[in-house]
Unconditional design. Structure first.
Length: 130
């Protein structure tokens, strides 16, 4: 952080906290920010929430919770085109929540339930209010 910006923030901290020396608070806040930035769980949460940030992808996950499904089943469930379904499936595959496999000439998708549980656990551990 540039020194000029640091001085501006320290001044604001003193104004909002009614203090004469904001250096300790400023240093603690910098340390907190660095710790949060380095928290790998937050990286996992970011990738996970980005992948599920679509109602269509949430529907796909819920459909796959019941059983593996082929793309044509997912097209029917979502009433969307194959290209739209493929777009959503790629996002879920990229984060390791699902995997496709060939069965004759069809591609089926499988939900990794343990990976979903793992991501939800990390989400809850980091964002649940106590």
């Amino acid at each position: 952080m540039k020194q000029k910006r640091a001085q501006e923030i320290k001044k604001m901290l003193c104004t909002c906290k009614d203090c004469s020396d904001s250096n300790p608070d400023f240093d603690n806040l910098l340390k907190m920010g660095k710790g949060l930035e380095e928290n790998e769980d937050l990286d996992i949460i970011e990738r996970f929430t980005s992948a599920i940030a679509s109602k269509e992808r949430l529907i796909i996950i819920n459909a796959l919770k019941q059983q593996d499904r082929c793309v044509c089943e997912l097209e029917t469930i979502l009433n969307k085109s194959q290209s739209t379904i493929s777009h959503h499936l790629r996002k879920l595959v990229a984060v390791g929540l699902i995997q496709g496999y060939k069965k004759q000439k069809f591609t089926f998708y499988h939900l990794f339930k343990e990976e979903l549980k793992h991501n939800l656990t990390i989400f809850n551990q980091n964002l649940t209010l106590e």
